[in-house]
Design a binder for this molecule. Structure first.
Ligand code: PLP
Length: 396
């Protein structure tokens, strides 16, 4: 099996599993209990909060809230700010957010909020002029993902924060950082971020644990109401083993950041350039710069993406055509549509996402096999005249 779908989820690092085990077996106490037996669990929670604080470069560990996933982090931040200050009803986001954010905004629109969706250009880069023009003193929240899950394109978070603060200092800024955690450095203070969400399963921790950074100046009304856990910002007994696992994964991610940005990037670039060179009806759906190091999104003209994925799957290669949350839908990707990827390539686009566990041998295997697969599928495409014209053009 060759796993090239690390933006959907990642393999749990064995060291993460080891760090979790004691809290399932011997140290199972409720971290909020008063007796000595709970000390190890409550210490694990405290240490994990410190690690995640360092992971995102927050000022204070009190600014970290543990959640169950990236979707919960986003919902807590967005609903939390809007419910705290109900006077402001304007939100700005992008057309290419993850469904956990986009679908929430569609729900909020039905509840009377006005939402502006900022567009991107054909490289996937955000239209900052449109964003700036949309901000008013009535804007409660600007919500922008740090990197896109389908394309890997990184948005200029610091620049966006400067624009927001210069036009409307009261406006809050939420960043969905699920796809950058462990891939590039994060510094919420330097970047001027008010709230930031991450998800453990995207950086080799298990599914079902996440974190939300909320800076000390940002007030939120809790989404989950109940006990006093997480300083009253997220009720529910903390999931100590998973939180300890996510903290271990964050430590490992900090250690391997350099590897991600050099070696993983080198393998991604090798895969990408080989495919683009060997397959005449392929196109890179993004620009080359401003991307997380592990992701490529490539379109194959006049062929069906699902068919490519099935052929890859037959060889044990896991890839995807977009967000796992929208797979199964026949609609082309909302991200690629926003980028105006030509209709000839949008249905034949696939995302390949690597991790620190991806090997050169695996990449070489995919580089060998993918051209054969595309050739086979292209041979049965009903667009033979168009393909012949494209081949002629590329050979020039
Ligand atoms: N945001 C982005 C950019 C994502 O890629 C994902 C998951 O794919 C999420 C949010 C949701 O994270 P989770 O699956 O932990 O809810």
């Amino acid at each position: 099996m060759i796993y090239l779908d690390n933006n959907a989820t990642t393999k749990i690092d064995e060291r993460v599993l080891d760090a979790m085990m004691p809290y399932f077996t011997d140290e199972y106490a409720n971290p909020s209990s008063m007796y000595n037996f709970s000390k190890k669990a409550s210490n694990a929670l405290k240490e994990a909060r410190g690690v995640i604080k360092d992971f995102v470069n927050a000022k204070d560990e009190k600014e970290i809230i543990f959640t169950s996933c990236g979707s919960e982090s986003a919902n807590t931040a967005i609903r939390g700010v809007l419910n705290y200050n109900k006077a402001k009803k304007h939100i700005i986001t992008t057309k290419v957010e993850h469904p956990c954010v986009l679908n929430l905004y569609q729900t909020l629109e039905k509840q009377g909020y006005k939402v502006d969706y900022i567009g991107v250009n054909s490289n996937g880069d955000l239209d900052l002029e449109q964003l700036e023009a949309a901000i008013t003193s009535d804007t409660a929240l600007v919500s922008v993902m740090w990197a896109n899950n389908e394309t890997g394109v990184i948005f200029p978070i610091q620049k966006i924060s400067e624009i927001i603060k210069s036009k409307s200092p009261e406006t809050k800024f939420f960043v969905d950082a699920v796809q950058v955690a462990g891939k590039i450095p994060m510094n919420v203070q330097e970047m001027g971020i008010d709230m930031l969400g991450i998800s453990g399963h995207k950086f080799h921790a298990p599914k079902g644990v996440g974190a939300l950074y909320v800076n000390s100046k940002t007030m939120i009304t809790p989404l989950i109401i109940g006990g006093h856990q997480e300083r009253g910002k997220r009720a529910g007994t903390e999931n100590v083993p998973y939180i300890a696992g996510m903290a271990k994964a964050a430590e490992l991610a900090i250690d391997s950041l350099n590897y991600e940005m050099t070696e993983v990037k080198r393998l991604r670039d090798k895969l990408e350039t080989t495919i683009l060179k060997r397959i005449y009806n392929s196109r890179l759906n993004t620009g080359v710069a401003n991307r997380v190091p592990n992701t490529t999104n490539i379109g194959f003209e006049y062929v069906e993406g699902e068919l490519i994925l099935l052929h890859l799957s037959d060889l044990g290669i896991c890839a995807s055509s977009g967000s796992a949350c929208t797979s199964g839908s026949l609609e082309p990707s909302h991200v690629l549509r926003a980028m105006n990827v030509p209709f000839t390539a949008i249905h034949g686009s696939i995302r390949l996402s690597l991790s620190r566990f991806t090997t050169e041998k695996e990449i070489d295997f995919v580089c060998d096999k993918l051209p054969e697969i595309i050739e086979k599928i292209t041979a049965i495409s009903p667009y033979q005249d168009e393909l012949a014209a494209l081949k002629k053009l590329k050979n020039k």
